[in-house]
Design a binder for this molecule. Structure first.
Ligand code: IMO
Ligand code: MG
Length: 418
């Protein structure tokens, strides 16, 4: 199908990179529409593991053109590092990357502000909130402004000075950024050639019937408007973000794939009804290697939350789902699925009725038998143990959308089509 979008259904880290990678073989264009270096999309190819932060995962597929859309906040320092890292791993990015003229730029000031103020939400400290804040206040720096550095550089220097003078950064943090500002200018110079009109590139691709893959970062429950505010990111990972984040009409999306982990994780602060703080949670964390790909922070773990999943399916309009990390549940005797929420003993009608006060809900669980067999070596879905099939069917039923792919390991080939 010409336009496919992949969106996280939970609190991020659903395994979007892996699913995007399996779809990219057929893609001509790959695009990110929101977020920035807060994302960490892991793709394992043979003995190499790639963690992509700002570039779409399509960069691993030769011939796939990669776009960073107007809705992103791009960090030049991290971007140059990512390009260099890919080159070291043998990926040729030359002529395949375009950054939108109007994407906003994350400066060292934003990162310092995030380090100073991101504690409560436990952000990734990548400057995301402050950069989107400046954008909303209409004082941001955009990618085309970087071209100014190649000229006098005066505009940018002045902008940075103003930001510094605003005194939003605690003094200690300010001391640290002088060298970073120098690195910023050097990195910005290196990426100015990549800045271009991504809207035109995308529209031309669309008109020519090219295969386009849109890659969401973060996840539905981290959406600024639809997620668990204030414990969210500052962008719109949900489907609505695609329209403004790329300049692509929502009606042009043919296939919308929602990605869900077979259990739930969350990194950073905020409510999480099915969180397990006992040894079961520790087991999920250990067996699932649940440590952040961007920050290395341990991820909080819990059972699958079908109330939240149904909501994510509704607000995004997913046409199909992919379930990842099913193999992590291989050795569990029983597996729980949250099918409802209660507040003071009363059933809550749905996620949207409680999203503003999620810390008050008690999850209602359904118990399913585990399969206690390894699934990671399976070659086709018909070989899945009976109980694993029952688990998948139950999740489909609760979410209200069919599951079309199940991932059973990090490798490219460890995926089953249903
Ligand atoms: P991918 O794309 C998981 C979380 C942070 C924090 C909150 C706000 O790899 O799934 P921010 O730095 O965005 O201001 O942090 O959002 N967060 C993520 N959690 N996966 C991500 O990205 C995330 N990006 C941000 O932990 O709770
Ligand atoms: Mg991540």
């Amino acid at each position: 199908m010409p336009v496919t979008a992949v969106i996280g259904g939970q609190w991020g880290d659903e395994g979007k990179g892996k699913i995007v990678d399996t779809l990219c073989d057929e893609m001509d264009l790959a695009a990110r529409y929101q977020g920035g270096a807060n994302a960490g999309h892991t793709v394992k190819v043979k003995d190499k593991t790639f963690i992509l932060h700002q570039l779409p995962s399509g960069i691993l597929h030769p011939g796939c053109i990669c776009l960073l859309g107007p809705g992103m906040v791009v960090d030049p320092i991290a971007f140059v590092e990512e390009l260099d890292q890919l080159r070291k791993l043998g990926i040729d990015t030359a002529g395949r990357v375009q950054i939108s003229l109007t994407a906003h730029i994350v400066t060292p000031v934003h990162k310092a502000m995030d380090r100073a103020t991101g504690g409560v939400i436990d952000t990734t400290r990548r400057g995301i909130g402050p950069a989107y804040g400046d954008k909303a206040r209409r004082i941001g720096i955009r990618a085309f402004d970087l071209q100014d550095i190649a000229g006098t550089g005066k505009f940018l220097v002045d902008r940075l000075k103003i930001a510094l003078q605003q005194g939003e950064v605690i003094a200690k943090e300010l001391d640290d950024i002088t060298t970073e500002v120098e690195r910023f200018f050097a990195a910005a110079l290196r990426i100015t050639d990549l800045v271009g009109d991504t809207i035109a590139t995308l529209q031309e691709g669309l008109a020519a019937g090219k295969n386009i893959l849109i890659e969401g970062a973060q996840g539905t429950l981290l959406d600024l408007d639809l997620g668990t505010y204030p414990f969210v990111t500052s962008s719109h990972p949900t489907v609505g973000g695609i329209g403004t984040g790329l300049g692509l009409p929502p009606g042009s999306i043919d296939r919308l794939v929602g990605i869900f982990k077979a259990y739930t994780t969350r990194v950073g602060a905020g409510p999480f009804p099915t969180e397990l703080t006992d040894e079961v949670g520790q087991r999920l964390q250990k067996e699932g290697s649940e440590f952040g790909a961007t920050t290395g922070r341990p991820r909080r773990c819990g059972w699958f939350d079908a109330v939240a999943a149904r909501y994510a399916c509704q607000v995004n309009g997913f046409t199909e789902l992919a379930l990842t990390k099913l193999d992590i549940l291989d050795n569990f005797e029983t597996i729980m699925v949250c099918t409802g929420y209660e507040v003071n003993g009363e059933r809550v009608p749905g996620f949207s009725a409680a999203v503003h006060a999620l810390e008050q809900v008690t999850p209602v669980y359904e118990r399913l038998p585990g399969w206690r067999k390894s699934t990671s070596g399976l070659k086709s879905a018909d070989k899945l143990p009976k109980q694993a099939r029952a688990y998948i069917s139950r999740l489909e039923e609760l979410a209200g959308v069919p599951i079309k792919q199940v991932s059973i390991g990090a490798e490219r080939h460890q995926i089953l089509s249903l």
